[in-house]
Ligand binder design. Structure first.
Ligand code: FE2
Length: 288
């Protein structure tokens, strides 16, 4: 029974705790992008370790790609909005990423992979997200989930609002990504014109919203305006309220926080410094 209306409101819609802008970054062999998580202001947002948005129609910004590099201890998620990249790894996996497709890679105990542009010009646009693994799963066998754009379901969640469900459940629609430790959801939401929607989110998850086209208001009455290229970290609650005045698109992502120590060194994310040293030795000895 709702006895304390204020608390009920608080427990329902998640408020906005922090709004931050991304910072310019270079990664891979010289790909220019915007780093949104893993910045001086936001080292991580448990269980999320990194978020990059790459968006450029200048091939000099992306053509060098991401040649062979290792990972251990977490998952990398690539979501393409435009352009085409080819990935390959030292386990023999290979695949093509196109607009709307997703690659959810569980690096686990270690993998060496590459992601290289398959275009000489035109727009390259998408996201890379790093999702942490719990201590007990950091050394699992590597796993790829390659998901074609046509396998990402869409659902209408309100007037003028369509969501692509990459992971998690929304409106009775399940995303194709499965078996991930932090039980993440990953929605790509498109508002075509004025919109006012509420998206249920699992209680206890860490949740962020990142508009990549247009501006949105998040959090209802306790909310804030979040502009293109800003990340909003959301507080506790069971749903996210979003409004927009005109066309806007955003990703809404959540996952169960691990509350474990984080030791990170470049492409390795473990729990202790000793485990990082071991990762470096294993990689140098060709044990990935
Ligand atoms: Fe990578």
């Amino acid at each position: 029974m709702p006895c304390y209306p204020d608390q009920m409101t608080l427990a329902e819609h998640r408020g906005v705790t922090t709004v931050l802008s991304g910072v310019p970054a270079t990664d891979g062999a010289g790909v220019r992008m915007t780093r949104v998580i893993a910045t001086p202001e936001l080292d991580h947002f448990d269980p999320f370790l990194l978020l990059d948005e790459f968006r450029s129609d200048d091939p000099d910004d992306y053509i060098a790609g991401f040649p062979d590099h290792p990972h251990r201890g977490f998952e990398t998620v690539t979501y393409m909005l435009a352009g085409s990249m080819k990935h390959g790894d030292n386990k023999g996996n290979t695949g093509l990423l196109g607009p709307g497709s997703v690659q959810w890679m569980t690096a686990g105990r270690g993998i060496v992979h590459s992601e290289m542009p398959q275009q000489k010009d035109g727009l390259m646009w998408g996201f890379q997200l790093w999702v942490n693994l719990p201590a007990g799963q950091k050394m699992v066998e590597p796993r790829y989930q390659d998901i074609a754009a046509s396998d990402v379901p869409e659902t209408n969640i309100g007037e003028n609002v369509v969501a692509r469900v990459i992971a998690g459940e929304l409106n009775g629609v399940n995303g194709p990504v499965s078996g991930v430790a932090t039980e993440p959801f990953y929605f790509d939401v498109r508002c075509e014109g004025p919109a006012d929607v509420k998206l249920p989110t699992p209680e206890g998850h860490s949740v962020f919203a990142y508009p990549y086209e247009g501006d949105i208001s998040v959090g209802g009455e306790e909310g804030a305006t979040v502009r293109r290229g800003e990340i909003a970290l959301l507080g506790p609650g069971t749903s996210v309220a979003v409004t927009s005045d005109k066309d806007a698109s955003f990703i809404l992502v959540g996952g169960k926080p691990l509350n474990e120590p984080i030791a990170r060194y470049g492409p390795f994310v473990m729990n202790t410094a000793d485990e990082i040293r071991q990762a470096i030795m294993d990689f140098q000895a060709g044990r990935f």
